[in-house]
Design a protein around this ligand. Structure first.
Ligand code: PMP
Length: 430
C-alpha cells in the first residue's frame, strides 16, 4: 500500500514536494505525542512542532465541531470570536510592550510577508536585513528572506536587491565560529547598517528568529539581540521577531523566544502551534505600525481570522493554560537536554546540544575540534531510530543536527525512552 501511495504522489504532485525519509512513512492517526502508521505501529513524534498540544486534542476537535455548525465567514463582518481571540492573544504579549494590535492570516509564510510589508509601510523604506542560514517561509517575500542555502539555493543567485543578508551569530559554525561576544557580532551588523545607509539603502526592518531554528536551535549569544535591536532602531528601522517556531511556550522558561534575550520587538510573527494543526497565522504589532498599512490599501484575508480559526485559537490557549504545557516544556526539555548531554560523554559523534525547553538540536560531528558535520551518519541514525519507534529528523545547512521539537505534552517517560533509543543506536551502530 505504501509503495502505491508513493507512486500516486509522484503522479499527482510536483517533484519538489517535500517529504520526510527516503522511504516515506504512511501515517494514519495521531494521539498526543504519538503517531500511528497504516500497519498499526506507533512512534514517538519528536518533530511535530505544529501540534503543540499534541495530536488529536479533544478541546480543539470540540471547538471545530461546535463553531463550524454555528458560523464561519470572513473578517469583513463583525463577530465576537475575532475580538475575543485577538484579546486573548494580546494578553500573552509582555505587559506594557505596546504590542497591542493583531492581524490574522493563515500561515507562517503569510505572517512573514505581512511583517515585511508592515515594516516597509511604516518606515517608507525598502531594505530588509535578514540573517544567514534562516528559514522564514516559501511565499515570494518570505522566501526572499529565507537565506538558508539548503532550503533556498535559488535565492543565493536571485536575491531581490531590497534584501541584505548579514552574518549569523552562530558560535558553532561559519564566520562567527569561536568565542566572539554578542555585542561584538552586533557591532558588525551595525557596520552593515552604516554601509547600507551610505548606499542610500536605509533599513526598513531587521528580521530574525530569537533562537536560530534552522541552525538547529542555536541560542543567540548573550547581549546580541538587545544590541542589534538598539542599532536597527537607531538607524530608523523596525525589529521583527519571527516566532513561528520558537514562540508559544516551546522555550519553557518563556512564552516567547524573544523574552530569552530580554527584548521587545516591534513586529511579531506567529503561526504553527496557534491552531494546533488548524491553519492560523498572525502578526502582532503596535497600532501605529499596523495603521501604516492603509498607505498600501486595505488589509483582507478571506480565511484569516475567521470565526472557526479564532475558536480553535482560543481552545489552544485554554488547553495550554489548563494543561501547564509551557511548564512541561521546561521540565521535560531540561531532562531531555541532560540526557543528550550525557550521551556526549559516551559517544564522540555527539557534539553540542543546542536550545532550550522543547526546542533542542543535537549536533552530530565527526570531529569535535573541527566540527566536521556527520551528515550521512545523522541520516542513518534517523532511519535506525525510526525502526525503534522514534521519529527524529535532521536540520541545519549540513543536515547534521537532530531536530527535537516534539508536541509540548511529551512525557518524562517518553523523553527517557528517546534518549535510551539514541544511546542504543550509537552503541550498536547504524
Ligand atoms: N518562519 C519560521 C521560523 C518557520 O519555521 C516557518 C515554517 N517552518 C515559517 C516561517 C513558515 O511557516 P508556514 O510553513 O506556516 O508558511
Amino acid at each position: 500500500e505504501s509503495a502505491d501511495e508513493q507512486l500516486r504522489r509522484e503522479r499527482i504532485f510536483a517533484s519538489a514536494q517535500e517529504r520526510y525519509y527516503e522511504r516515506p512513512m504512511q501515517i494514519e492517526r495521531g494521539w498526543r505525542h504519538h503517531l500511528v502508521d497504516t500497519t498499526g505501529r506507533s512512534y514517538i513524534d519528536m518533530v511535530n512542532n505544529v501540534a503543540g498540544l499534541g495530536h488529536g486534542h479533544p478541546g480543539v476537535a470540540d471547538a471545530v465541531n461546535r463553531q463550524i455548525r454555528i458560523l464561519n465567514t470572513n473578517s469583513r463582518f463583525l463577530y465576537r470570536e475575532l475580538a475575543e481571540y485577538s484579546e486573548r492573544l494580546l494578553a500573552k504579549l509582555p505587559a506594557g510592550s505596546g504590542l497591542d494590535t493583531v492581524l490574522l492570516v493563515n500561515s507562517g509564510s503569510e505572517a512573514v510577508d505581512l511583517a515585511l510589508r508592515l515594516a516597509q509601510a511604516a518606515t517608507g523604506r525598502k531594505t530588509v536585513v535578514a540573517l544567514r542560514e534562516a528559514y522564514h517561509g516559501w511565499t515570494m517575500a518570505s522566501d526572499a528572506v529565507t537565506t538558508s542555502a539548503y532550503d533556498n539555493p535559488y535565492a543565493l543567485e536571485n536575491r531581490p536587491d531590497w534584501i541584505y543578508v548579514a552574518d549569523v551569530p552562530n558560535r558553532f559554525r561559519g564566520t562567527y565560529r569561536g568565542e566572539g561576544t554578542g555585542p561584538a557580532y552586533a557591532a558588525d551588523l551595525g557596520n552593515d547598517l552604516a554601509m547600507l545607509a551610505a548606499e542610500g539603502r536605509e533599513v526598513a526592518g531587521f528580521i530574525c528568529e530569537s533562537v536560530l531554528g534552522n541552525a538547529g536551535g542555536v541560542l543567540l549569544p548573550d547581549g546580541y539581540l538587545s544590541d542589534v535591536y538598539a542599532r536597527v532602531r537607531a538607524a530608523g528601522g523596525l525589529c521583527i521577531a519571527d516566532e513561528v517556531q520558537v514562540g508559544f511556550g516551546r522555550m519553557g522558561s518563556s512564552f516567547w523566544g524573544f523574552e530569552q534575550s530580554g527584548v521587545v520587538p516591534d513586529i511579531v510573527t506567529i503561526a504553527k502551534p496557534m491552531g494546533n494543526g488548524f491553519p492560523i497565522g498572525g502578526v502582532v504589532t503596535s497600532k501605529r505600525v499596523a495603521d501604516a498599512l492603509a498607505s498600501q490599501g486595505q488589509f483582507f484575508s478571506s480565511a484569516g481570522g475567521n470565526p472557526l480559526s479564532c475558536r480553535v485559537g482560543i481552545a489552544v490557549l485554554d488547553a495550554m493554560e489548563q494543561e501547564g504545557l509551557q511548564e512541561n516544556a521546561r521540565v521535560v526539555g531540561a531532562r531531555l537536554a541532560a540526557g543528550f548531554r550525557a550521551l556526549a560523554e559516551k559517544h564522540s559523534i555527539v557534539g553540542p546540544v543546542h536550545g532550550e525547553g522543547l526546542y533542542l538540536g543535537v549536533e552530530l560531528v565527526r570531529d569535535r575540534a573541527t566540527m566536521e558535520p556527520a551528515s550521512a551518519e545523522a541520516a542513518a541514525i534517523c532511519e535506525r531510530l525510526r525502526e525503534l519507534g522514534v521519529i527524529v529528523l535532521t536540520t541545519s545547512e549540513r543536515s547534521n543536527v537532530l531536530k527535537v521539537k516534539p508536541p509540548l505534552c511529551l512525557t518524562a517517560q517518553s523523553a527517557d525512552f528517546v534518549v535510551a533509543q539514541l544511546d542504543r543506536v550509537l552503541s550498536t551502530g547504524w
